[in-house]
Design a protein around this ligand. Structure first.
Ligand SMILES: Cc1cc2nc3c(=O)[nH]c(=O)nc-3n(C[C@H](O)[C@H](O)[C@H](O)COP(=O)(O)O)c2cc1C
Length: 189
């Protein structure tokens, strides 16, 4: 019997927007899979601790116009030292598409590039439908490389976006737990 994958939700957040999303994601993953993932504020942990997990759900907001949030910025080089072959990575984070339309959630694009260079497989790509940004390092064709949130101008959509994304992750990773597929929420963008 194969064991269930070990999942961590690790985030960096300055004002708490991405931290709040991380907590919701952990709660929803627990509801769907029956197991509670680890929750890590990366400010208080070493990046090498991520090595113990099979699925890395990484949260990072974008700051200073197109840069990763400061707690992640301090640890990007450590990320480059990880071997992520065989690991699956989902990305999420908050940005501001109206205030920073040309660098909206760029941090997700920066992290995507880093983890893919280390061998990780990205999961949880998310459609750009419903967003008004102009450009983003996180955009590939018609999708973001992960869940793009905007608690400044579309905060009302955050709960349904998280719900839709977690459901998508559970499907992609085949993580349905004891509750099976009852009450499958529909994705909302
Ligand atoms: C000085 C400053 C620079 C910012 N730069 C960007 C940016 O380049 N792209 C973006 O999408 N959001 C940008 N933002 C918006 C933040 O990402 C947004 O407020 C986010 O919700 C913060 O999330 P956090 O509380 O998890 O750190 C910026 C905000 C400030 C105050």
């Amino acid at each position: 019997m194969t064991r269930p994958p070990r999942i961590v939700v690790a985030y960096g957040s300055t004002f708490g927007d991405t931290a709040d999303a991380a907590e919701r994601i952990v709660t929803m993953l627990e509801e769907h899979t029956g197991a509670r993932p680890w929750l890590m504020d990366i400010a208080h942990h070493e990046v090498r601790e991520l090595d113990a997990f099979d699925v890395l759900v990484l949260g990072c907001s974008t700051w200073n116009v197109g840069e990763v949030q400061s707690d992640w910025a301090a640890k990007l080089n450590d990320l480059d030292a990880l071997d992520l072959h065989g690991k699956r990575v989902g990305l999420f984070g908050s940005g501001d598409q109206l205030g920073y339309p040309d660098t909206y959630v760029d941090a997700l694009g920066i992290l995507a590039q880093r983890v893919e260079a280390r061998g990780a497989e990205l999961v949880g790509l998310w459609p750009i439908v419903g967003y008004e940004h102009q450009a983003s390092l996180a955009q590939r064709a018609c999708r973001f490389v992960g869940l793009a949130l905007d608690d400044t101008s579309q905060g009302d959509r955050t709960p349904s976006r998280i719900e839709g994304w977690v459901t998508q992750l559970v499907e992609e990773l085949d993580l349905w737990g004891p509750r099976g597929t009852e009450q499958l929420p529909t994705a909302a963008h």
